[in-house]
Design a protein around this ligand. Sequence first.
Ligand code: APR
Length: 232
Amino acid sequence: MEKIVILTGAGISAESGLGTFRDEDGLWAQHRIEDVATPEGFARNPELVHAFYNARRVQAAAAKPNPAHTALARLQRHWPSEVVIVTQNVDSLHEAAGAERVIHMHGSLAGALCAVCDHRWQAPTEMQSGQPCPVCQVAAGRPDVVWFGEMPYFMDEIFDHLDSTDIFAAIGTSGQVYPAAGFVQGARRAGAATVEINLDPSDGASAFDQVVTGPATSTVPSWVENLLAKAR
Ligand code: APR
């Protein structure tokens, strides 16, 4: 049976009440990326950056997985071969829905990182600047989230999956940010069937064999049920 690789973006968590980035009411309409999502912004004003991620951590902790997250976890459980979920999201809603082996390429709100010694630990709900790292004691704790200008995580593993997948689905992502926006090309080179599942066609929709539009809480469960019907 075919291997499936799924890339998710903020759109899959929108109906759980978490803001997306580029929709008109999105996070990038409320904050300047250079102030809250770059290493330079953190160096300039760590309090502002911690406040931004603390607010998102509180919101994410109160959010519940929606039927799209649940459907993907169900697909992982019942599909007869590998289903890999690569997410750009920093919330933990895939895991809360029961998904396993979720690859967080942009890090996670649940993680804290020491900018000096690279030690990682479970982030408190509210991180303060000046908090000493539990290992090296230097006050260099930051959210373990990948900022613009930094390398996303697990790229080698992700490219290996794209080189060997038979089906690639991009769900709830505007396809504006690389390297994630280029994953569909990698999957196509591997001969995979590609599908975009999004509220509206993204600017990159033409790269996909199939485009399914609508809210993720209805499009993703029906996409999963159609796949599982094939596997029976
Ligand atoms: N169902 C399905 N798709 C939706 C829904 C919904 N209910 N609501 C919004 N969308 C779609 C939008 O149409 C948009 O194409 O989700 C996409 C969200 O796009 P972005 O806000 O750009 O989020 P994303 O693609 O995840 O951003 C990628 O950019 O800023 C960085 O690190 C950040 O991980 C993020 C990356």
